[in-house]
Design a protein around this ligand. Sequence first.
Ligand SMILES: NC(=O)c1ccc[n+]([C@@H]2O[C@H](COP(=O)([O-])OP(=O)(O)OC[C@H]3O[C@@H](n4cnc5c(N)ncnc54)[C@H](OP(=O)(O)O)[C@@H]3O)[C@@H](O)[C@H]2O)c1
Length: 245
Amino acid sequence: MIAVGALDGRRVVVTGASSGIGEATARAAAAAGARVGLLARRADRLEALAGEIGGEAAAADVTDADAVTGAVDRLAAALGGLDAVVAAAGTMHLGAVGEADPGLWREVFDVNVHGLLATARATLPHLTDGASWVTVSSMSGRRVPSAAGGVYAASKHAAHAVDETLRREAGPRGVRVTTVAPGFVATDLMAADAAAREDVAAFRERMHVEGLAPEHVAAAVVHVLGLPPEVCVVEYALTSTAQQR
Ligand SMILES: NC(=O)c1ccc[n+]([C@@H]2O[C@H](COP(=O)([O-])OP(=O)(O)OC[C@H]3O[C@@H](n4cnc5c(N)ncnc54)[C@H](OP(=O)(O)O)[C@@H]3O)[C@@H](O)[C@H]2O)c1
């Protein structure tokens, strides 16, 4: 349950806001009173969501650092500044190192690591002192779940390191950096791969049968954003009761 008014007056940019955890977080933040700026590539979905929740939309590919800066500048101008960022844009491909296409490794690192860095570079200048930064990393940023999940896990371990870096860089002016690390969540992550590969389809089945709802993760993020300025949650790891590891 989201406390109505917990984020009253806060101006929050959410990346990956066109689906899944990012979309659920944008909805939950708006329901808690925030004004929300939405960023992802699918402009049509962002515009529709912005219309529904009274937010602002700016489409960009997070792997294009200049495009991210342009989109964030537009969102910050429309919102009148930024008090929080939720970096939820991300991607996943499954495959053992010896078998996978190196192009897929690059895509995972481009979105999950370079995209995260580009988001930080674009948003940090706008963040007010005492603002909040949340990265949606993964339980795969805390352990390697399987050989096939190793490249994704490497990118999410890097996301944890990026957050530690941001804590050192922006912490001294009161910016609070939180790494949220969910286990399985029932979303469209890897939908295209699952249509073509049985092993990915089986993995996605587990995500949907055993996983948290995106709204569970959104509630955790809104809880973190609603804490008083003297409290910094360093890491918030959560799984469904069915998963627990
Ligand atoms: N589902 C899980 O089991 C799970 C578990 C732990 C962590 N996570 C993490 O949660 C985050 C959200 O994923 P999800 O599960 O909610 O899946 P999702 O529904 O597929 O959401 C991914 C989001 O990232 C955006 N995105 C992907 N590539 C992008 C790019 N190059 N530029 C801009 N935006 C991009 C997508 O929007 P566009 O396609 O419109 O660009 C979409 O909004 C990811 O970081 C993922 O690693 C997921």
